[in-house]
Write a protein that binds this ligand. Structure first.
Ligand code: SF4
Length: 350
């Protein structure tokens, strides 16, 4: 919310004053800065007086260590217990040993959950939450996969908004109901041959973080150039199709450990290979985000590998998830339009 409403840059300096570098995660610095300013978008947009007092804070470093630092700040401020999962990272393959380790960590946090909630752990409620999570995540997966159609009925920019329920309402019937309606709508669009673009000339993959403060500008830019951004690592991050209520601990440990962001370069290349085929991609844009090293995949040669191994045109643009001071609109427009021309040239050649 802070990024999309252009408020992040107002708050980041407050966190910097407290010793957080402006080059670390701008979700973290803008959120901490807003708290230190005694403000929250939850008041502006949802009418809440303040951030609700947490009873327990739980994090998982499967995406980055920053979440631990970020949430530890709030645990200290609210004087509330905090526990975390620290799965093995950068794996080619997620095996039995890694899963057992994560299951052990999940089980170790149960006493803290029991203590702060006042409830005994109930395996049936856990199964129910996993079941609902699976239903929602599989529906979300199907929604995203409707963009395999050409013209695509949904783009990355729509996905950044529609992913809200799968991020914060996993495990609820509300999320399941939301994605049933959305999927039906997308399928109707495919049936009626209604795409986001009338003339879909290019199919683009977006890697890395959204640039929240520039969603409209970028969406319009691609639209004007007849380019549909049909898939992304970001929206795909909330597909956890390994969830299985008959095996809730193991399946949850697997689902949260094998995600793209937590994997090795080799595994990430394999993910890409599949996405390129599934979505019939013409080119990949890598967003090299200044404050998110963890979800910027242009740093260890992935664009070059995709180009060499699969002949895919790739482009790297610099920017940031929330701190728009790191994004040059003019330079990015030129780079993206030139990239699309390059794809056009390659298509004509082949
Ligand atoms: S993955 Fe990146 S953007 Fe997300 S919390 Fe971690 S550092 Fe921040």
């Amino acid at each position: 919310m802070l990024g999309a409403t252009h408020k992040a840059v107002d708050y980041i300096p407050m966190a910097v004053k407290c010793g957080y570098s402006s080059h670390i995660c701008s979700y973290t610095t803008s959120d901490i800065g807003a708290y230190l300013s005694n403000e929250t978008p939850l008041s502006t947009h949802y009418g809440l007086a303040t951030i609700p007092q947490p009873d327990l804070i739980v994090y998982n470093t499967n995406q980055c260590r920053e979440v631990e630092d970020w949430f530890s700040f709030f645990a200290k401020q609210f004087n509330c217990p905090i526990v975390g999962i620290h799965p093995p990272r950068h794996l080619d393959y997620v095996g039995k040993a890694e899963i057992e380790l994560v299951i052990k960590q999940f089980k170790e946090i149960l006493p803290a959950c029991e203590q702060s909630s006042g409830n005994k752990f109930d395996i049936d409620r856990f199964r129910e939450a996993v079941k609902l999570s699976r239903e929602a995540t599989v529906l979300w997966q199907k929604v995203l996969q409707t963009a395999k159609a050409s013209p695509a009925p949904i783009t990355f920019f729509d996905g950044t908004i529609h992913m809200g329920p799968i991020v914060v309402l996993r495990g609820t019937q509300t999320a399941v109901d939301y994605y049933k309606i959305l999927l039906q709508e997308m399928e109707n669009h495919i049936f009626g041959n209604i795409g986001c673009l009338k003339d879909e000339e290019y199919r683009i993959f977006w890697d890395g973080m959204p640039i929240w403060g520039k969603l409209r500008m970028l969406s319009d830019l691609f639209l004007q150039n007849n380019a549909a951004v049909v898939a992304s690592t970001y929206c795909n991050s909330w597909i956890f199709d390994d969830f299985d209520e008959s095996n809730p601990f193991e399946s949850t440990a697997l689902a949260y450990t094998k995600i793209f962001i937590n994997r090795s370069e080799k595994a990430k290349t394999e993910f890409f290979k599949q996405w390129m085929l599934d979505y019939n991609i013409d080119g990949v844009i890598f967003h090299d985000s200044k404050t998110c090293f963890n979800n910027s995949n242009a740093k260890f040669g992935l664009p070059q590998r995709l180009n060499e191994e699969f002949g895919l045109p790739t482009l790297v643009i610099e920017g940031d998830l929330c701190d728009t001071r790191f994004f040059s609109e003019g330079q990015s427009i030129t780079k993206i339009e030139t990239f699309l021309e390059q794809i056009e040239g390659q298509k004509a050649y082949t």
